[in-house]
Design a protein around this ligand. Structure first.
Ligand code: SAM
Length: 257
C-alpha cells in the first residue's frame, strides 16, 4: 500500500493528520499483512501510538502498550519544567506521580542520567509499561504516595504529576480514541476534575525537600482552583502556560517560614 492509499483511507475514517500517520504506519509495519492490520485498527479508532507501540515525547520514543495512556505533546511543558527544576539541585530525587507510560520520568532521565527517579501509578498495565521505559528508574504500583519508600519523605526535589483531570461529566465528550482505548482511571478527575490533583497537593509538603518543587499539569479553567489548593497546603504557587500546545502547569514550592 502506498502513502497516498493509506492516507486516503485514514482521512475517510476521520484522521486529521492522515498523511503523517500513514508514513508512521508504513515505517512501523514489518510486512504487508501487518501494515494492512495496522491500517484496519487505525480506521477503527485505535490510537496510532498504541498500534505502533511508541509515542514521540520531547524528542524521544516512549514505549506505549495497549490500554496505557498515550503521552500528549502538551505534557512536554511539565517535563521541561521538571528538568529545569531538577537541574538546579545537586543530587536530585524526582518523582513522576501518576506516571502512565513513564514519559515524564524518561525525559528527566534522558537529560539528567544521574537523577534518582521514582515513578508511581495505580494501574498495573501502566506500571509494566513504565518499567520498560525506565530501566534506570524505580517504578512503584499503588495509590499516589502510598507505594513510595518512606526514606523519601521530606527529601524529594521534584514531584511532577500529570494526574487525571477531566471532570466526570465530561468523559462522554472525549474523543473515542481516549474514551474507548484509555482507561477511565487515567482520565476521570472527579466532579470538577481536581479530585486527584488536590490529594497530590495536600500530601506534597510531607514529601518535598525544603527547596523542592511540585508541578502538576492542569487546564486553564482549573488553574485558579488548583493554585488555591496549593496555597491552602502551605505552598507558594504560580501557573506556567504554553499557548501553542494548550498546556497549563501549576508550579508550587514550600513557602519559606
Ligand atoms: C492522564 S494519565 C497521565 C499518564 C502520564 N503521566 C502521562 O502524562 O503520559 C493519568 C495516570 O494517572 C494514573 N492514576 C489515576 N489515579 C491514580 C492514583 N490514585 N494513584 C496513582 N496513579 C493514578 C492513571 O492510571 C494514569 O496512568
Amino acid at each position: 500500500m502506498s502513502v497516498e492509499a493509506i492516507s486516503d483511507r485514514l482521512r475517510a475514517a476521520g484522521c486529521v493528520f492522515a498523511e503523517d500517520e500513514a508514513r508512521v504506519l508504513l515505517e512501523s509495519a514489518g510486512s504487508a499483512a501487518e501494515l494492512a492490520a495496522m491500517v484496519r485498527r487505525r480506521e477503527a479508532g485505535e490510537p496510532l501510538e498504541q498500534i505502533v507501540g511508541w509515542a514521540e515525547f520531547l524528542g524521544h520514543r516512549v514505549t506505549v502498550e495497549p490500554t496505557v495512556f498515550v503521552p500528549r505533546r502538551r505534557t512536554e511543558l511539565l517535563a521541561r519544567a521538571a528538568i529545569r527544576a531538577a537541574g538546579a539541585a545537586r543530587s536530585v530525587v524526582v518523582v513522576d506521580m501518576c506516571c502512565g507510560s513513564g514519559a515524564v520520568a524518561a525525559a528527566v532521565l534522558a537529560e539528567i542520567p544521574g537523577a534518582e527517579v521514582h515513578a508511581a501509578d495505580i494501574d498495573p498495565a501502566a506500571v509494566a509499561c513504565a518499567r520498560r521505559n525506565l530501566p534506570n528508574g524505580t517504578v512503584h504500583l499503588g495509590d499516589l504516595y502510598d507505594p513510595l519508600p518512606d526514606r523519601l519523605r521530606g527529601g524529594v526535589d521534584v514531584i511532577a504529576a500529570n494526574a487525571p483531570y477531566v471532570p466526570t461529566t465530561e468523559l462522554d465528550l472525549m474523543p473515542p480514541e481516549a474514551r474507548l482505548h484509555e482507561p477511565p482511571a487515567a482520565l476521570d478527575g472527579g466532579p470538577d476534575g481536581l479530585a486527584v490533583a488536590r490529594r497530590i497537593v495536600a500530601a506534597a509538603p510531607a514529601w518535598l525537600a525544603p527547596t523542592g518543587t511540585l508541578m502538576i499539569e492542569t487546564s486553564e479553567r482549573q488553574a485558579d482552583a488548583l493554585r488555591a489548593a496549593a496555597t491552602a497546603a502551605g505552598l507558594t504557587a504560580h501557573i506556567e502556560t504554553d499557548d501553542d500546545r494548550s498546556a497549563t502547569v501549576l508550579i508550587a514550592r514550600r513557602a519559606r517560614t
